[in-house]
Design a protein around this ligand. Structure first.
Ligand SMILES: O=C(O)CCC(=O)C(=O)O
Length: 244
């Protein structure tokens, strides 16, 4: 589903600029650790610098929609960004993939949110998706994917939501302008996130947030790490009873 008109021009502008900065920082770590090949344009875990990324999550759009998808509480599983440029390979994101590796036909595990920071067009590599492929346990062949996929075009600021079981791939950018996106995923609270956001962001970060945002970042779904932490009254438990 594609949603429009949820982001202000000012926020969009700052998201684009902050994405470029964070990309530089994350790319340096990818390269330093020898995993840069195939990761061009991608960056991960964009929170914690108190910039537009944090602001986006603190007033997360589509809360009711996400809650409805899971029929209950949910947490952030990952928050990445992708700068799709003609000059770069579009790496693992350009390969046919789905974002949840465990297949479950009847139980929804994960939801993708793709925030278009630029217009998404056929020419600049709008995301290819195969409608209804969340029901398919096996990866389609390249030919079958190409025959069935449609491209999700939209304008900057549009937000594409799709079941993470859907087979999809970033398109090739044939223009000389970047095609930028934020890529978030959400799961039920008992599913391990890609990064331990509460530990990564810390308690001081959480103290400044409203309870609902803290919950979405997983602060109510932590695993106790000591007997002391385990034996706590309900309001101080690491994993709260309303998290499913
Ligand atoms: O950037 C795109 O077009 C696709 C992003 C993607 O594949 C993902 O978020 O898993």
């Amino acid at each position: 589903m594609l949603f429009s008109g949820l982001l202000s021009d000012d926020l969009l502008h700052r998201l684009r600029s902050d994405l470029r900065t964070i990309y530089g920082e994350r790319r340096a770590v990818q390269e330093r650790n020898g995993i840069g090949d195939g990761m061009e344009g991608t960056c991960h875990h964009l929170l914690g610098a108190n910039n537009a990324m944090d602001e986006f999550v603190a007033s997360l759009p589509l809360h009711t929609f996400i809650h409805g998808f899971f029929n209950g509480p949910y947490i952030l599983n990952s928050f990445g960004g992708f700068i799709n440029e003609a000059t770069a390979s579009n790496g693992y994101i350009g390969a046919i993939h789905r974002d949840v590796r465990t297949f479950s036909r009847d139980f929804r595990l994960m939801l993708n949110m793709l925030v278009m920071l630029d217009d998404f067009t056929v020419e600049n590599g709008a995301t290819h998706l195969v409608s209804k492929s969340h029901n398919a346990s096996e990866k389609p062949t390249t030919d079958a994917f190409q025959a069935a996929a449609i491209q999700a075009t939209g304008v900057a600021g549009d937000i594409l939501m799709f079941d993470s079981r859907l087979w999809h791939a970033a398109g090739r950018n044939g223009t000389d302008m970047p095609r930028r996106a934020l890529t978030l995923t959400f799961t039920r609270p008992f599913f391990k996130p890609q990064l331990d956001y509460p530990r990564f962001l810390g308690d001081a970060y959480a103290a400044a947030l409203p309870p609902q945002v803290r919950q979405v970042l997983g602060y109510d779904a932590r695993v106790p790490a000591s007997i002391e932490e385990f034996y706590q009254p309900p309001e101080r438990r690491a994993y709260k009873s309303d998290q499913g």
